[in-house]
Design a protein around this ligand. Structure first.
Ligand SMILES: *[C@@H]1O[C@H](CO)[C@@H](O)[C@H](O)[C@H]1NC(C)=O
Ligand SMILES: *[C@@H]1O[C@H](CO)[C@@H](O)[C@H](O)[C@H]1NC(C)=O
Ligand SMILES: *[C@@H]1O[C@H](CO)[C@@H](O)[C@H](O)[C@H]1NC(C)=O
Ligand SMILES: *[C@@H]1O[C@H](CO)[C@@H](O)[C@H](O)[C@H]1NC(C)=O
Ligand SMILES: *[C@@H]1O[C@H](CO)[C@@H](O)[C@H](O)[C@H]1NC(C)=O
Ligand SMILES: *[C@@H]1O[C@H](CO)[C@@H](O)[C@H](O)[C@H]1NC(C)=O
Ligand SMILES: *[C@@H]1O[C@H](CO)[C@@H](O)[C@H](O)[C@H]1NC(C)=O
Ligand SMILES: *[C@@H]1O[C@H](CO)[C@@H](O)[C@H](O)[C@H]1NC(C)=O
Length: 366
């Protein structure tokens, strides 16, 4: 019933509208080359920031081309000041000790009451922020107020670098409900995976807590602490043993994005409530459309089991279940602090996880 494209794909299409045409693209069949080894989240080859958040290890030159992903750290992140928000992701060096969030696109505005506003204007293509750290299973709660305008989508999602994705989305004018969805490596495991959860007090005027409780075997979506949907890993494991359950470390992302624009597919426009009306009185009054975020709390599922000194996650090869192995290491995540993956040889790989099972450590780094 609900029509939905992966947020990664939609944002990729928007980004490609302005992409430099000379840039090498990358995908599952054509990985990046030596000169520009890292495949960015939008499928372009490059160096530096291309090797950080969103860098797809399976589409890059090798599994060790992307920088290691900053390990999960439990926290309740608020927006009373922006000292730990980097306003332009291009300048991020991978140091998650310095920043909690990077602004990937658009603008984050502060308010006198301590929340952050993600804004959408006629020209900015919306705004998106990403956590600098990754979550490899955990409970993430965002307290937010959504937009309320046709064509404008508010989203709170987790997104892995190989596009495992878990969503809370709030399309258009539907301010009494939220939609849950999930993707495995960019694909919808079943056509009807999107679900709507309703009967909320106005999500534009009232804060609600939206939770993604992502554990190794169970994924639960909650609103204000009440479970509204549960998915088991076994629900999406095929008879061939391939698990279509989101399984790789993911960044937390919040965004307001323009679905109701002429460049979108008709289904996307319809899903979002129609084309955006930039003559809306709210837009005229504020100068932008917006969604407000008060806090994001993260409880990592793995923080107790990770050894002291754990800094990062790295990818290993695919398993027979077509999910790459993920290892916890002490490799640096900072670009330039020891050069790209130069520490691999001496780094400790403490634990390897795939689909919840421990693996032989020797097999992890290739
Ligand atoms: C993968 O990328 C290569 C090189 O850019 C391109 O020629 C090919 O068409 C792409 N394949 C797909 C399926 O997009
Ligand atoms: C990361 O940032 C922290 C805090 O600003 C700083 O102390 C540390 O030296 C930085 N690490 C690297 C490797 O640059
Ligand atoms: C971030 O910085 C880059 C490089 O200076 C610039 O091209 C880009 O427009 C900036 N992005 C934003 C959102 O300001
Ligand atoms: C919002 O940001 C501006 C510009 O950085 C700053 O001058 C102002 O003090 C901030 N306001 C609040 C309430 O933090
Ligand atoms: C919606 O919530 C109200 C107030 O809690 C309740 O009375 C009503 O039965 C609910 N309606 C549905 C359809 O769940
Ligand atoms: C996060 O901290 C804020 C400010 O202290 C608090 O109001 C909020 O309840 C906390 N959120 C969670 C989910 O713990
Ligand atoms: C890993 O499996 C995925 C399918 O899940 C496939 O697209 C990809 O090419 C495989 N990668 C490697 C390195 O075998
Ligand atoms: C990682 O741990 C190993 C031994 O456990 C140590 O030799 C190495 O220096 C550590 N690397 C970093 C970057 O801390």
């Amino acid at each position: 019933m609900s029509f939905k494209l992966s947020t990664a794909i939609v944002l990729g299409l928007i980004a490609s509208l302005s992409a430099v045409s000379a840039q090498q693209t990358c995908n599952a069949t054509t990985q990046c080359g030596t000169a520009a080894p890292c495949c960015s989240e939008f499928g372009f080859c490059g160096t530096d920031s291309f090797c950080l958040g969103g860098c797809n290890p399976l589409w890059s030159k090798s599994l060790t081309s992307c920088m290691p992903e900053p390990v999960c750290q439990s926290a309740n992140l608020t927006f009373t000041d922006f000292s730990r928000v980097l306003s332009n992701a291009t300048y991020f060096d991978g140091n998650a000790t310095k920043y909690d969030w990077i602004v990937n696109s658009g603008t984050l505005l502060n308010s006198t009451t301590g929340e952050a506003a993600l804004i959408l204007t006629e020209t900015n293509g919306g705004s998106r922020i990403s956590s600098t750290r990754y979550v490899h299973y955990g409970t993430i709660t965002a307290r937010l107020k959504t937009g309320r305008w046709a064509g404008v989508v508010t989203a709170f999602i987790t997104m892995s670098d190989i596009k495992d994705e878990i969503d809370w989305e709030f399309p258009g004018t539907q301010t009494t409900e939220g939609q849950s969805n999930f993707f495995w490596q960019g694909y919808v495991p079943n056509p009807n995976d999107g679900a709507t959860h309703g009967n909320l007090t106005d999500t534009f005027s009232n804060y609600h807590d939206y939770t993604i409780d992502w554990q190794q075997d169970t994924l639960t979506w909650l609103i204000d602490g009440n479970a509204v949907r549960t998915l088991k890993r076994s629900d999406v494991t095929g008879s061939d043993g391939v698990s279509h359950y989101p399984s790789t470390p993911s960044r937390v992302q919040l965004s307001v994005w323009p679905a109701g624009i002429s460049q979108s597919a008709q289904g996307t426009i319809d899903w979002s409530g129609g084309l955006i009306n930039f003559d809306d009185p709210d837009y005229k009054a504020a100068g932008h459309f917006y969604a407000l975020v008060e806090s994001v709390s993260i409880t990592c599922a793995d923080s107790k089991s990770n050894p002291a000194g754990a800094t990062s996650y790295v990818f290993g090869t695919n398993t027979s279940s077509f999910n790459p192995q993920v290892a916890v290491t002490n490799e640096t995540t900072v670009n330039g602090a020891g050069s790209l993956r130069a520490l691999s040889a001496g780094a400790s790989v403490w634990s390897a996880l795939v689909a919840g099972a421990a693996l032989a450590l020797g097999a992890v780094l290739v």
